[in-house]
Write a protein that binds this ligand. Structure first.
Ligand code: FAD
Length: 555
């Protein structure tokens, strides 16, 4: 195999030569630097590289090119080399257009021309592209095959689990010819109980309706701790937990993060977060999670998936958690970052159709199945708005069903504006879902106008619910002080009007901010009482909790 390729394409030959020269100077020893003067020429070069079996580490494409612009070229290049990292070269005047278009091809960076001196403007970007490419590896994608039914909760949960953990897989319907072939070769009867969903690993191992834990182990996700004792245990792998893991591990604490399902939490389900600092062109929840996860692992944090903490243990100065299988881990301190979950929608027939057309959260894996159909989204907050924008690209029509009188009270202005500009999105206020109907899958939703009482039947095969959120903290009952809604109290919120410390508090000081009613147990993010429900605040609290862990350890 030859050296991996760095490819640059620009219709101005002098620019293309200059980029290639700068790249060769710095990377020539380890990478083969190639250049092209147009998109089609660059695609031909990529096809040849593919035929030779060589790898492409990064592609730098000019935005403004005749015949095929940079975005169109990168889109086509992704089909050939999906793992190659991508940067777009733009002139200052094109930044807006480029930023808008960046969402289409998910580029890693855009570079403003001219980039002199390259040491400051070009090389740091290319270094980052190469580091990301190396971290992800460029071996052929090891393909996991999943055979299942379209409207089956078990099949949905399995695909959702793989997607949210960023494990690539190929999906086959059980009644498709390839699906039948796979079932036959696995000697599996699709009618028998506990066969579907069926998973075939790249090694050819067959798993019949595996549990998330079994699946996680087989697809290479860590599920068991390597140590018995850590400096800090972080419970929950959303932005707050990942933020805490990055800071704790980077500051030398022996850190383990335990996540019951998949890292990313609620943010991981967001199709595009547009208000997180440092991402002017927005970032998908999956991308943000992938980067945060890699960052935490790079600093030495251990991340365990499919491990649900179900008991908080306080023994002398040790703090710990017990898992569902009865095993325990202990540490000097614990950071609880368990976030919130969607409330269940109360409507007749909805429970039977959950996972069969009705989904809580964004369920992006269902997007292709929504093509040409009407989709109903329930909720009036940003999460529902983002989902409406996302599904409007797939569905023929999206109805956003909101109980309140308007969106202004619950949704950011930028999203309200975006929604107003999308033709196939209809916002229906003062409306609730009163029934979900269908044989084996959702086929109809009855909507009720709360002002007139009128019922409107809507033929919709998909309904995504984003209503309110509840902290699932019952397992902390009796150990920590929580508010009436179950959110965990911390810091001065724990003190009585006369400054009295919480019952059982045994330290000779008031609780630190973010410290719960048990010294050494901290809380960060959405699960904290009165927290701001935002990605930035969750990440910030995760980082702050770690500083307070240090203060606790040295107190
Ligand atoms: C679709 C969507 C879009 C959003 N868009 C935006 C946006 O654009 N901008 C913005 O600022 N905010 C947005 N938000 C809100 C933002 O995502 C949350 O405020 C943020 O994710 C909170 O982070 P967290 O880490 O506190 O909790 P969560 O993200 O809720 O993560 C908690 C994690 O803990 C895990 N967990 C829970 N209990 C246990 C247990 N017992 N054991 C182990 N693990 C457990 C959960 O599985 C979960 O992964 C959005 C939310 C959603 C749902």
């Amino acid at each position: 195999m030859g050296k991996p390729v760095l490819l640059t394409v620009d219709d101005d030959p002098s620019v293309s030569r200059a980029v290639a020269r700068d790249l060769r100077r710095r990377y020539g020893e380890d990478y083969r630097v190639m250049r092209a003067d147009s998109g089609p020429q660059a695609l031909d070069a990529l096809k040849e590289i593919k035929l030779r079996g060589d790898r492409v580490a990064a592609i730098l494409a000019d935005y403004r090119m005749p015949q095929m612009n940079g975005i169109e070229f990168l889109e086509a290049a992704m089909d050939l080399f999906p793992r190659a990292r991508r940067a777009l070269l733009t002139a200052y005047a094109d930044t807006d257009a480029a930023i808008q278009a960046i969402n289409v091809v998910d580029v890693d960076h855009y570079l403003l021309k001219p980039w002199d001196p390259p040491e400051e403007k070009l090389y740091p970007v290319v270094d980052a592209l190469i580091a990301t490419w190396q971290a992800a590896g460029d071996s052929p994608v090891e393909e996991i095959k999943v055979v299942g039914h379209q409207f089956s909760p078990a099949s949905f949960e399995l695909r959702d689990f793989l997607a949210r953990n960023q494990v690539p897989y190929r999906w086959y319907l059980a009644d498709s010819s390839e699906g039948r072939r796979l079932l036959e070769s696995a000697d599996a009867d699709p009618q028998a109980p506990d066969v579907i969903p069926l998973v075939v690993t790249p090694e050819g191992e067959v798993l019949r309706n595996p549990s998330p834990n079994e699946l996680a182990t087989r697809v290479g996700l860590a599920t068991n701790p390597t140590e018995k004792f850590y400096d800090v245990i972080i419970v929950g792998g959303g932005p707050a937990g990942l933020g805490a893991a990055v800071y704790a591990a980077s500051e030398g604490l022996r850190t383990v993060l335990v996540e019951q399902q998949a890292t990313g939490g609620q943010a991981g389900q967001s199709s595009r977060i547009e208000n997180y600092l440092g991402f002017p062109d927005g970032v998908s929840g999956a991308q943000l999670t992938d980067r945060a996860r890699r960052q935490a692992i790079k600093f030495g944090a251990e991340i365990l998936t499919t491990r649900k903490a179900c008991e908080l243990i306080v023994k002398g100065s040790a703090r710990g958690v017990k898992f569902e299988d009865g095993t325990e881990i202990a540490a000097h301190a614990v950071v609880l970052a368990t976030g919130v979950s969607y409330r269940r929608l109360q409507a007749s027939g909805i429970d039977d159709l959950t996972g069969r057309g009705v989904y809580y959260g964004s369920a992006a894996v269902e997007a292709p199945a929504c093509a040409g159909q009407e989709v109903v989204i329930v909720g009036g907050a940003n999460s529902a708005g983002q989902a409406a924008v996302f599904f409007s690209r797939h569905a023929s029509k999206v109805r956003l069903v909101v109980r309140g009188a308007n969106l202004e009270a619950s949704m950011s202005a930028y999203l309200i504006k975006q929604l107003a500009e999308i033709e196939n999105v209809q916002v229906q206020t003062r409306t609730t879902v009163c029934a979900c109907l269908g044989e084996g899958r959702l086929q109809r939703i009855d909507l009720k106008n709360e002002d007139t009482g009128e019922i409107e039947p809507v033929d919709a095969g998909f309904c995504f619910v984003f209503i309110g959120a509840a902290p699932l903290t019952d397992w902390m009952d009796g150990v920590l002080v929580r508010d009436e809604a179950g959110f965990v109290l911390a810091g001065t919120d724990l003190l009585g009007e006369d400054g009295a410390r919480p019952k059982g508090w045994n330290a000779d000081r008031d609780p630190f901010p973010l410290e719960t009613s048990v010294p050494g147990v901290f809380v960060a993010g959405d699960v904290r009482s009165q927290s701001v429900k935002r990605v930035a605040s969750a990440v910030g609290e995760g980082a702050m909790a770690v500083t307070l862990v240090h203060r606790y350890l040295s107190s």
